[in-house]
Design a protein around this ligand. Structure first.
Ligand SMILES: CC(C)(COP(=O)(O)OP(=O)(O)OC[C@H]1O[C@@H](n2cnc3c(N)ncnc32)[C@H](O)[C@@H]1OP(=O)(O)O)[C@@H](O)C(=O)NCCC(=O)NCCS
Length: 189
């Protein structure tokens, strides 16, 4: 069963394969689009430090909140990543929310994002977040389905001055880890 783990060298090879795979499709994986995979490989310990840079204990740049990154893995294979922001600021309340995620291209449409969000909601609950804000573009049908499968309640659709397409904001109830169970899928038509 896929599980959330902290980013580490244990999954370096699989993560780098996923980065190459994502870059071949023109998308960055975990904000790695700007990184040359060879450089990432050579500088992996520094990259891990970079991933952990917004965690409590570090000095935050102005306007940033504490956040953490988790990787979804199964049988040693990297499947995707989720970011959990510990609090919202004005900007995140508008766009971005508490939780953001992505699944490597070759692992999509297998339920991983649905499970990853559910696991992230359990982590958010442990952090004291009762309802997590999750936002997505209105035309991101995959993300909409993932949020709705996790009982997200739609706040509304919003056109933001700085974003090309309208977004949806959802409030998703969090739950303790023990109630992390599969839920029935709802399809977006
Ligand atoms: C959106 C994303 C996270 C979905 O990941 P995933 O692991 O494929 O999602 P799931 O398998 O849990 O999908 C759940 C349901 O969403 C719907 N869905 C998923 N991808 C879809 C797509 N491209 N188009 C329409 N519906 C889609 C389906 O109903 C799917 O269930 P089904 O496969 O049984 O039909 C993934 O496509 C991705 O990483 N995209 C790029 C980054 C991104 O958009 N992140 C979210 C930002 S808000």
């Amino acid at each position: 069963m896929p599980e959330l783990v902290r980013p580490s060298e244990q999954h370096q090879g699989s993560f780098l394969a996923a980065v190459r795979e994502a870059q071949a499709t023109g998308s960055g994986l975990g904000d790695t689009l700007a990184w040359d995979p060879a450089e990432l490989e050579a500088e992996f310990p520094a990259f891990l430090t970079h991933l952990h840079r917004y965690e409590p204990g570090n000095a935050l740049p102005n306007g940033f909140v504490y956040s953490e990154v988790w990787w979804l893995v199964e049988g040693g294979e990297y499947l995707g990543r989720v970011n959990i922001r510990h609090t919202l600021n004005e900007r995140l309340r508008e766009f971005g929310g508490h939780i953001g995620y992505e699944v490597r291209p070759s692992a999509r449409r297998r339920g991983h994002a649905t499970r990853m969000l559910r696991l992230a909601l359990a982590r958010a609950h442990a952090l004291g977040i009762e309802r997590a804000l999750v936002t997505c573009d209105v035309n991101n049908l995959g993300s909409r389905a993932v949020i709705e499968a996790n009982s997200g309640e739609l706040e509304g659709e919003f056109q933001l001055a700085f974003h090309p397409v309208p977004i949806r904001r959802y409030w998703v109830p969090t739950a303790p880890a023990r109630s992390v169970e599969p839920v029935k899928r709802t399809r977006v038509h």
